[in-house]
Ligand binder design. Structure first.
Ligand SMILES: *[C@@H]1O[C@H](CO)[C@@H](O)[C@H](O)[C@H]1NC(C)=O
Ligand SMILES: *[C@@H]1O[C@H](CO)[C@@H](O)[C@H](O)[C@H]1NC(C)=O
Ligand SMILES: *[C@@H]1O[C@H](CO)[C@@H](O)[C@H](O)[C@H]1NC(C)=O
Ligand SMILES: *[C@@H]1O[C@H](CO)[C@@H](O)[C@H](O)[C@H]1NC(C)=O
Ligand SMILES: *[C@@H]1O[C@H](CO)[C@@H](O)[C@H](O)[C@H]1NC(C)=O
Ligand SMILES: *[C@@H]1O[C@H](CO)[C@@H](O)[C@H](O)[C@H]1NC(C)=O
Ligand SMILES: *[C@@H]1O[C@H](CO)[C@@H](O)[C@H](O)[C@H]1NC(C)=O
Ligand SMILES: *[C@@H]1O[C@H](CO)[C@@H](O)[C@H](O)[C@H]1NC(C)=O
Length: 711
């Protein structure tokens, strides 16, 4: 190599280094795109947008960047991230159709969102789930149209050992997997022993095996792959997959521990509460304050959040003041219903905590909300987009009267059931707690050579039975569902359009429950005798609203678990079927004991057990539904918020009706397709063909039990 070439190469290297932007670099005053939420959806969008070097992107994430803590990286520790700084620690309102108690509902709070704390299970749902989503008014969202995006997300690793593949009924359907995507999707070489017995038991009772649970035909028993790096046996988070790999891009800014309080629009009114700090006082510390972030896991220089805010504040407060003075002079457009006119988002207001000064940053092209099923609708409401009457009650100026915002909340409700095995020779995840040498050996193996039980999670085998498999020919449940009227079990204040949207969903849900080839519920094997059951076709619908116009007040979340009685009836049938399962030749070898629900319980007693136990399966969705406006929808099939020209929502809140899947791998596509000429460039100004945004979006946390405190 000549000296000149060497100098040139060094020069390029220097340029690359000097251009790279560490996490929390000082911000510009304007970006082409602002992404609200650096979780699974937001980081994916930011990654794809920043492929174009001519545009600048800012991601604002409320939570911190992780430090590679064991409870994040070690698969065997799933569940231990819940209730930490990486969790929003939200709870629901009192669940009056159940036992009247609220439920915890974890949500990822950190760079990577739910993928930091979820259960790592990787599945996509059924072919017909996506046909249904398309039928709900969303052309472009069928299974075959989504498949290329499912594939591009994955680097799928087949189980290397043929013997293990045969023993555990895992066969790869090569036509549905990707091999060069960012997320490692794989199986651990370590299997807990009990799923094999469960699968035989299911087969004995007529439930088949689904050999590859990601090919859209899932109504059977399957080992689900994990978001797992199989070489170092660590969690493949959205941060690792979509941010660390491109952190050096000079056009991507990522700021952590920054809460967006409001979206701003050209010529429209603002919510004053979301614009000014609640106090001029320095916050007293604790929740809501921003401790410095000492250092990064992957070598970035992480500036302490307080330095960061101090620096920014000096620059931005005059701008904010000027902007606010301008807004005050504008005539407020109260009660703007969605019509021919659209409004244009031009920036966001954010702050480190409730007491910190608000800052403003401008978006010249788009604002993209990826804050999850609770915080995305919350942010729309705070910004004056939602049901006009509710906004007016809180004295929030109405920018767009959009009744669907926050409604249609649903989740896979799950009920834990426990049949502990008396056979002490069976190794179970309980051994981490009851057997100290088992636990010590597991850590030695994991740390020494990345082998052993900590390389996998407690939940490996699952099944997605059809109702027909378990009901002995009875159609009582589906008959009851088909006689319901759409509004019968919706909350009384539900908007008419939302009721019409649910009518469409109810028809599809009833059909799915009646179809012998489609999943009705899920059985999740905890390998310790737990056979948790979860509704895959929940009929209950709830809402997220605002308690106040203050952005730092958590939004009241009411999933209304069990408000539609069909959901509990399906789980009653599922728990009865569990009893048959433990009595099979196969599972009875493990000597299971019926503990919960209690033995010999009547149907009423089991329903009471369900009422006391039903909780989230960590899959909240639907609150900014992608559906036509007349059906209570909030975003169009290209994920634009109705009535806006450049505001999108791209996360699980847009899923109109949940697929039978763990949401992390569920792939959404925000599109720009220059050949079809739809989406992006047909709607927004300043668009260039290079604005390709083919996005896979990973949704909310999927994790199955607060479970075991390992170690
Ligand atoms: C959630 O609770 C934990 C434990 O109390 C706390 O450390 C963490 O900061 C909380 N998360 C948030 C976002 O406040
Ligand atoms: C693989 O998946 C596709 C799509 O679901 C399906 O059509 C095909 O039958 C599957 N192949 C096998 C061998 O199961
Ligand atoms: C995927 O696995 C490969 C091989 O171990 C590793 O180099 C890469 O960092 C992993 N990526 C993620 C996102 O886990
Ligand atoms: C568990 O097994 C032991 C020994 O085989 C037996 O004595 C005991 O009755 C069993 N307990 C239950 C609850 O089945
Ligand atoms: C505890 O674990 C060790 C190591 O796996 C095993 O050899 C031993 O049999 C276990 N003890 C019991 C009581 O299960
Ligand atoms: C991993 O390490 C343990 C001891 O720490 C050893 O018993 C085991 O054989 C090793 N496994 C492999 C695959 O090297
Ligand atoms: C189905 O029929 C079998 C055999 O008659 C019976 O043991 C089982 O309890 C029935 N299951 C349900 C869910 O009714
Ligand atoms: C709606 O109101 C009617 C009449 O007050 C009441 O009977 C019904 O239970 C209410 N429905 C719900 C879901 O709250």
């Amino acid at each position: 190599m000549s000296t000149t070439t060497l100098a040139f190469a060094l020069c390029l290297l220097c340029a690359a280094i000097s251009l790279a932007l560490p996490l929390n670099s000082p911000l510009l005053q304007a970006y082409d795109y602002i992404v609200v939420g650096g979780g699974t959806a937001g980081l994916t969008v930011a990654n794809r947008l920043s492929e174009d070097p001519s545009v600048n992107i800012l991601v604002l994430e409320a939570g911190p960047a992780d430090h590679g803590e064991d409870f994040i990286t070690v698969p065997g520790m799933i569940g231990n991230g819940i209730g930490t700084i990486y969790d929003w620690n939200l709870s629901t309102t009192a669940q009056t159709s159940m036992d009247g108690k609220p439920r915890d509902i974890p949500q990822g709070h950190g760079l990577g969102g739910g993928s930091l704390i979820n259960g790592m299970l990787w599945s996509r749902g059924e072919i017909d789930d996506w046909e249904n989503i398309a039928e709900l008014g969303n052309p472009g969202w069928t299974w075959s149209q989504m498949l290329p995006y499912f594939e591009r997300s994955e680097r799928y690793w087949e189980l290397a050992s043929e013997e293990l593949s045969a023993t555990y009924s895992i066969e790869t359907n090569t036509s549905v997997h990707g091999s060069v995507g960012p997320v490692n999707v794989s199986f651990s070489d370590w299997f807990w022993p009990t799923s094999q017995f469960l699968f035989s038991a299911l087969n004995e009772l007529g439930v088949p095996t689904a050999f590859d649970s990601n090919d859209g035909q899932i109504a059977g028993a399957s080992y689900l792959p994990l978001s797992l790096d199989p070489i170092d046996a660590s969690r493949s988070t959205a941060r690792r997959a979509y941010y660390d790999s491109i952190a050096a891009r000079p056009n991507l800014w990522v700021a952590t521990e920054q809460y967006v309080t409001q979206i701003l629009f050209d010529g429209s009114s603002a919510n004053p509460n979301a614009l000014v700090s609640t106090s001029d006082k320095v916050p007293s510390g604790g929740e809501g304050s921003s401790p410095g972030v000492p250092g990064g896991m992957f070598g970035q220089t992480i500036v302490s959040a307080s330095d960061y805010v101090a620096r920014r504040t000096r620059r931005s407060v005059p701008v904010l003041q000027k902007w606010w003075d301008g807004v005050k002079g504008l005539a407020r457009r109260q009660n703007m219903a969605v019509g021919a006119t659209t409004i244009r988002a031009n920036g966001v207001v954010f702050a480190a905590d409730a007491g910190s000064p608000r800052e403003i940053v401008t978006a010249t092209r788009e604002v993209i909300i990826a804050a999850g099923a609770f915080h995305s609708p919350q942010l729309l409401l705070l910004s004056g987009i939602g049901p006009a009457a509710a906004l007016q009650t809180l004295k929030i100026p109405v920018n767009i009267d959009l009744p669907g915002v926050g409604s249609n909340l649903h989740d896979h409700g799950q009920v834990w059931a426990w049949y502990p095995y008396n056979d002490s020779a069976i190794v179970t995840p309980m051994d981490f707690i009851t057997n100290s040498s088992f636990s010590a050996n597991a850590w030695t193996d994991y740390q020494g050579n990345r082998t052993g039980p900590l390389t996998s999670t407690a939940y490996d085998g699952v099944a997605f039975p059809a109702l027909a498999f378990i009901s002995n020919g009875s159609t009582a449940i589906t008959d009851a569902a088909s006689t319901q009227t759409a509004t019968q079990y919706l909350a009384n204040n539900t908007d008419g359009s939302v009721g019409l949207g649910f009518a469409q969903q109810l028809r599809m849900l009833t059909q799915a429950l009646s179809d012998p080839t489609r999943a009705a519920y899920e059985i999740i094997n905890g390998n310790d005798g737990a056979l948790t059951v979860a509704n895959m076709r929940p009929l209950s619908r709830g809402s997220v609203v605002l308690a106040s116009p203050q952005p730092f007040d958590p939004p009241p979340i009411n999933p209304r678990y069990g408000s539609n009685p069909i959901d509990a009836q399906v789980l009653l049938a599922a728990l009865r079927f569990n009893q048959q399962l433990i009595a099979t030749d196969s599972l009875s070898q493990l000597d299971p004991t019926q503990m919960f629900p209690p033995p010999a319980a009547s149907d009423d007693e089991i329903l009471q057990y369900i009422a006391a136990s039903m909780q989230t399966e960590y899959h909240p969705a639907g609150t900014c539904a992608m559906m036509p406006l007349a059906l209570g929808g909030v975003v169009s099939p290209d994920l634009l918020v109705y009535g806006t020209e450049n505001l999108r929502v791209v996360d699980s809140s847009t899923i109109p009706m949940l697929p039978a899947a763990h949401l992390q791998a569920v792939v959404l596509l925000t599109f720009y397709d220059s050949t079809l000429g739809r989406g992006y460039h047909t709607r927004s100004k300043q668009r260039k063909p290079s604005d390709v945004v083919s996005v896979y979006v990973v949704f909310a946390p999927a994790y199955h039990d607060r479970g075991l405190a390992i170690r």
